[in-house]
Design a protein around this ligand. Structure first.
Ligand code: NAG
Ligand code: NAG
Ligand code: NAG
Length: 659
């Protein structure tokens, strides 16, 4: 007799073969359905589970209202909560640690314009003290203000929140009264103690001199340590003198201030460290001076102390002594050139201006190419062959041998190569690729390959045949991971260059004019060289500035355009900018164009996600900086106010901001 199965104490009816096949059909239907509906969010990052036919992999049902009603496995859920300052222009974002495991943000945010971005790392404040009550000549004030701007920009680019403290913060400290009682104290020492009072008032952290700048790789261990912002011991560096102090304990800072004020010789000593040294030797058991002195030479910090300037850059030193109003701008220029040089020395392999789908994207990448040119040229400097004080063995910039610029079609992951990408909306890439000003839906469905841009871009970092979803994750990693973000900048093809690039790089990127001046080979008057390049450039929108066209790409990467084809590009780009454009220009696109754009977005989910991701990543950077400028403006003598403008204090903030 066949065996009788029992479940929960009840006999289970035996299944005939017919029953079994019905069951099998149900199970396989279930499998197919769950595969279909869970796919978009479940595709692994690794290439091991690649889906060969990528037409299959991204159901456009993601955008389809049916999706949510049809999908029986989807949990009903709410959009994630909004975060502070998470919107800019038309884009918004949701910072979440899952950003690198979910290819399509809308599967989490239920909003196609709300993108998953990596967590925003908290920037530790770094303080410097600047006494704005001291009377100075306006020219000197301006020069010092520019130095402060350089200081803020450099630290901001390295992931800090630079904050300038003034007398106001020092006067908030209860110990200020006590300091005022020291009538005969040397005024220079008094200012130095004020700096510490202001620092104690802020609760400790990082206190830097405004001529101490970060110059090194963002991954330098000391910079990473400083970015963590936790300093159990009050520390200074032997080689930096009073350039940098770190310490999280207010009590330690208070002790130092008390000791310095008790020093026997405050009428003659001019700084706090010297005052501490004059203290009589401590009797046993009493607390020692709570300083840890780090003997290491910090490789990524450059201190332009008076001593260093005098010994290493005597020309600038003599200038400052002769006339501070003329010498300080020259010091600022020297510092800026060293920051730029440090950047150039990090990227010895040069700059890659990416050009996926290279056939018709020459004009599209030309702003990125122009930026690369500006970055590759030698910065102006009062001492052109000098090296930063912390890296005497640098490779000085040579006008004869500038940084190499290439235009590869694929992203190359090399640590010494800086990448500038230009991300097109799929409408833009489709229009350029087809050379059609009005691509239609039928053309798109029949002739255009899906996600062509991101596929071409990731050819060298993804195995061939892999779907768009895992590719877009690799793209996001290249854009926004710590490693990727420190080696690349991703621009939008439809937008102008961001106007705060200086804050991304940490130094004033040379303007076009100054690199024209330094490259003697380029005539200034834009004489047509008798080729199509200049024709094509002038064909761009009237009033558009002249910019150099990148040289032709490697024919291995794709066909090279004919001069006639090149001439078509500017108009196609201009039209695509309107169709893709922001709120202000959108109403100029026709209904049909918008419909085609939406169809193209649905057809190219990965390319669309890539573009939106790049847009949100740039927007968040802008908002982060603007928010900080807003906060700082309150303390900088009133940004934009007449008073601030007259006193010149708003120059700490970026000049464009106050313009
Ligand atoms: C104060 O400094 C002067 C000169 O540096 C020195 O001659 C004097 O002895 C010092 N006085 C004390 C009390 O240390
Ligand atoms: C690039 O290379 C680094 C180090 O080798 C690696 O950690 C990173 O994941 C790579 N990035 C991409 C986008 O492939
Ligand atoms: C950030 O949010 C605050 C309110 O939470 C708002 O006042 C401020 O304008 C926002 N800043 C930016 C740059 O959007």
């Amino acid at each position: 007799m066949p065996k009788q199965y029992v479940v929960f104490g009840r006999p289970v009816p035996r299944l005939g073969t017919r029953h079994t096949s019905v069951l099998l059909v149900i199970i396989s239907l279930f499998a197919v359905f769950s595969l279909l509906f869970t796919l978009p969010s479940a595709i692994p990052t690794g290439p091991s589970l690649a889906i060969a036919d990528h037409r299959f992999s991204i159901p456009s049902s993601l955008k389809n209202p049916w999706y949510s009603s049809l999908n029986p496995f989807k949990q009903p859920s709410h959009a994630p909560p909004r975060q502070r300052n998470d919107t800019y222009d038309e884009t918004s974002w949701y910072s979440n640690f899952k950003w690198l495991s979910i290819p399509f943000s809308s599967s989490v945010t239920f909003d196609e314009n709300r993108l998953l971005l990596p967590m925003l790392v908290e920037r530790p404040p770094i303080y410097c003290y600047y006494d704005n009550t001291v009377k100075r000549e306006p020219a000197i004030k301006d020069a010092e203000s520019d130095l402060l701007l350089s200081w803020r920009r450099a630290w901001w680019a390295q992931g800090f929140k630079p904050i300038i403290l003034s007398q106001a913060e020092a006067m908030n400290n209860p110990r200020y009264e006590e300091l005022q009682r020291h009538q005969d104290m040397n005024p220079t020492l008094k200012t130095d103690i004020m700096r510490w009072l202001a620092w104690e008032n802020m609760g400790g952290g990082l206190l830097a001199h405004h001529l101490l700048l970060p110059m090194g790789s963002p991954t330098d261990p000391l910079l990473s340590y400083l970015r963590r912002g936790e300093f159990p011991k009050l520390t200074r560096w032997k080689d930096l003198d009073d350039g940098l102090f770190v310490g999280s304990s207010k009590a330690d800072i208070a002790t130092i201030i008390k000791l310095a004020m008790a020093s026997p010789n405050t009428t003659t000593t001019t700084n706090l460290l010297a005052a501490l040294e004059l203290l009589p030797p401590k009797p046993e058991k009493e607390t020692p001076i709570p300083f840890t002195i780090d003997p290491d030479n910090p490789k990524a910090l450059a201190y332009y102390s008076a001593k260093t300037i005098e010994s290493t850059y005597p020309k600038v030193g003599t200038d400052i002594l002769a006339s501070p109003a003329a010498g300080l701008p020259s010091l600022n220029q020297l510092i800026t050139s060293h920051l730029h040089l440090t950047w150039q020395n990090l990227f010895t392999s040069g700059i890659a201006v990416l050009k996926p789908l290279p056939h018709h994207t020459t004009h599209m990448i030309s702003p990125a190419y122009e930026l690369a040119k500006r970055l590759s040229h030698c910065p102006e400097s009062p001492l052109p062959t000098s090296c930063p004080p912390n890296n005497r063995k640098c490779t000085p910039c040579s006008a004869a041998d500038p940084l190499k610029i290439t235009t590869p079609a694929h992203y190359i992951n090399t640590s010494t190569l800086y990448t500038i990408g230009t991300v097109p909306h799929p409408y833009t890439s489709t229009s350029l690729h087809s050379l059609l000003e009005h691509p239609d839906v039928a053309w798109v469905r029949r002739r255009s390959p899906r996600d062509a841009w991101v596929t071409d871009l990731t050819t060298s970092i993804c195995p061939s045949g892999i779907a768009g979803a895992p590719r877009v994750l690799r793209f996001k990693e290249a854009v926004a991971s710590d490693y990727g973000a420190s080696r690349s900048l991703w621009l939008l093809a439809e937008r102008a260059l961001p106007d705060d690039l200086d804050w991304y790089f940490g130094f004033a990127v040379p303007t076009e004019a100054s690199w024209d001046a330094t490259t003697t080979a380029t005539p200034d008057n834009n004489t047509p060289k008798g080729n199509t390049d200049s024709d094509a450039t002038t064909a761009e929108k009237p009033g558009a500035e002249q910019r150099p066209l990148p040289p032709a790409h490697d024919p291995k990467d794709g066909p090279v355009p004919t001069p006639e084809e090149l001439k078509l590009e500017p108009n196609l780009l201009a039209r695509a900018r309107i169709v893709v454009g922001d709120a202000k220009t959108k109403n100029r696109a026709s209904k049909e164009e918008i419909a085609v754009r939406d169809a193209i977005e649905a057809w190219n989910l990965a390319d669309t996600e890539a573009w939106r991701f790049a847009r949100a990543f740039l927007a968040r950077k802008t908002v982060e900086r603007k928010k900080w400028e807003e906060e700082e403006a309150k303390y900088a003598g009133g940004i934009g106010s007449e008073k601030g403008r007259r006193s010149g204090w708003d120059r700490w903030l970026d000049k464009r901001e106050s313009a």
